[in-house]
Design a protein around this ligand. Structure first.
Ligand code: G16
Length: 545
């Protein structure tokens, strides 16, 4: 047994986990004791770690491997009995959730900054997931944060580096290390949910061509194994499939701007039937029909409406949930299915309790996230397989599925405008002003519209009663449209302001129009109410999704 070393340290300010764990620049994470402080704070939150088991893995970005070596030595010193690690340090976020649940570990540490860019000058992140496989809820991240404020030492051992490349068992300072295949358990889980036989018939049909853009990130090995090797899609279906430390220099963010190669293939001379992309850590997804973008809010609603076509969900759904800014398309499906629909704050962690209590089966967010209770994370490849299952069972192309959905349920036009790199003080002031004045907004005129209702969203968890306040300012206009303002909790530099807007339409003649045009009036009214131009100094958003 190696000697346990106690290293003295002092707290770093700002180690407060955001929407999804602690995300910072690599240059911050590599400061002396920075990562160690945060990891020890997680262990301190867990209390006595003797005999506990942990899973560790990440999206393969720069600093992933080094961080795993540091965490392994610290885990051994803190008394953990076993560490499960994905080969090469790789575990997608949904695969991590699957591993924690399948092997019953006491939790897992995910190394990822999701869709943020990777590399020595880019971003890194650490996220703790609990024994249910889901992101730690707010009460837990608060505890971790409080430990970071008082930390004065951490424990480690001196030991050789672990060989991350070879599957098998070894030992480190008295702790068992098991390097596991990062894909196998996840692939088995997918096969237990979907109709692989039927999907395989679709993917081996010479008239059906699809493309999956792994964006040089973690989903490459998963998509290659499942889509190409197991389901027989033609080789080359998965593009950018080798994870790289800098994600090939792109933002591994599955949207129309960053998944450019995929978008070109979908809109080219010989458009493919179906396209999809996933993000850095494999939990987000974007799906495209032939020359047709499917908004994540619509995708969520379509999956819920067609869940009966998937073996795992054919008995019905317990309920559904969406984050507050996500369009209300899902609510309309829930009403028809006569199941409950919950509205939660932004952040996957809020879905965990609902799933653990069997209140929901499917949930999702506008930020390209959809998932179900098969794990406790959103799951990019799961959503893609879900779509393929629906396409093959309904014998309809993705585009027709969405159009028919709109005809049946009406269409919720939705957009999100992001204002990035804002001065944090000014952006914060804008939100505070809105919040303070929110009760006086109803009845006020804004551009062509008048305000019917407005509030600052507060969520009371129906399972444990915990209350989360200040989750976004909502403004409801008299034409049924809605605008939501909040600050992003995942950025690593300055502030990002998000303005979400949606509007419901049922007139068949108005279902296939341009989203920005349909929402222009509401966006303008929202800009006016918030004094957006004055506070941001901008006349247009940086990113529109
Ligand atoms: C994370 C969270 C999501 C959230 C998204 C955007 O996703 O898990 O629940 O919707 O961030 O959050 P924000 O608006 O605060 O930036 P990911 O894929 O980045 O882990």
């Amino acid at each position: 047994m190696s000697m346990i070393k106690t290293i003295e340290t002092t707290p770093y300010a700002g180690q407060k986990p955001g929407t999804s764990g602690l995300r910072k620049k690599v240059t911050e994470f590599t400061r002396v004791h920075y990562l160690e402080n945060f990891v020890q704070a997680i262990f301190n939150m867990l209390g006595d770690c003797q005999g506990k088991r942990l899973a560790v893995g990440g999206d393969g970005r720069y600093y992933n491997r080094q961080a795993i070596q540091i965490i392994a030595r610290m885990a051994a010193a803190n008394g953990f009995s076993k560490l499960l690690i994905g080969r090469d340090g790789i575990l997608s976020t949904p695969a991590m959730s699957c591993i924690i649940r399948k092997y019953g570990t006491d939790g897992g540490i995910i190394l990822s900054a999701s869709h943020n860019p990777g590399g020595p000058d880019a971003d890194f992140g650490v996220k703790f997931n609990g024994a249910n496989g889901g992101p730690a809820p707010e009460a837990v991240t608060e505890k971790i944060y409080r430990h970071t404020l008082t930390i004065d030492k951490y424990l480690t051992i001196e030991a050789d580096e672990i060989d991350l490349e070879r599957i098998g068992r070894s030992e480190l300072g008295g702790m068992e290390i098991e390097i596991i295949d990062p894909v196998a358990d996840y692939a088995d889980l997918m096969a237990s949910i979907f109709d692989f036989e039927k999907i395989s018939q679709l993917l081996t049909n010479r008239r059906f061509h699809m493309c999956f853009d792994a964006m040089h990130a973690v989903t490459g090995p998963y998509a290659r194994t499942i889509l190409e090797e197991q389901l027989g899609a033609e080789p080359g279906t998965v593009i950018n499939g080798a994870p790289s430390e800098s994600f090939g220099g792109i933002h591994p963010d599955p949207n129309l701007v960053h998944a450019r190669e995929l978008v070109e293939r979908m809109n080219g001379d010989a458009p493919l039937a179906f396209g999809a992309a996933s993000d850095g850590d494999g939990d987000r997804n974007m799906v495209l029909g032939s020359g047709f973008y499917i908004n994540p809010c619509d995708s969520l609603a379509v999956l819920a409406a067609n869940a009966g076509l998937v073996p795992k969900y054919q008995e019905g759904l317990a309920g559904v949930a969406r984050s507050m800014p996500t369009s209300r398309a899902l609510d309309r499906v829930a009403r028809v299915l006569e199941i409950p629909c919950y509205e939660t704050p932004v952040g996957w962690k809020y879905f965990g309790n609902l799933m653990d209590a069997d209140k929901i089966t499917i949930c999702g967010e506008e930020s390209f996230g959809t998932g179900s209770s098969h794990v406790r994370e959103k799951d990019g490849l799961w959503a893609v397989l879900f779509w393929l299952n629906i396409i093959v069972k309904s014998r309809k192309p993705a585009r027709s599925i969405v159009r028919e959905h709109w005809s049946q349920f009406g269409r919720d036009y939705f957009t999100r405008h992001d204002y990035e790199g804002l001065d944090a003080g000014r952006a914060g002031e804008m939100i505070s002003r809105l919040r303070e004045g929110v009760s006086g907004l109803p009845g006020r005129q804004a551009g062509e519209l008048s305000i019917q209702a407005a509030d600052d969203f507060t969520y009371t968890d129906p399972v444990d009663g915990s209350v989360s306040e200040e989750q976004g300012v909502r403004i409801f206009f008299n034409d049924g449209s809605r605008a939501v303002f909040r600050l992003s909790g995942t950025g690593t530099s300055n502030a990002t302001l998000r303005l979400y807007c949606d509007k419901y339409e049922t007139d068949p003649a108005l279902l296939g129009l341009d989203t920005q045009r349909m929402l222009a009036q509401s966006l303008q009214a929202a800009g006016e109410v918030s004094n957006m131009a004055e506070f941001t100094g901008r006349t247009a958003p940086d990113v529109i999704t």
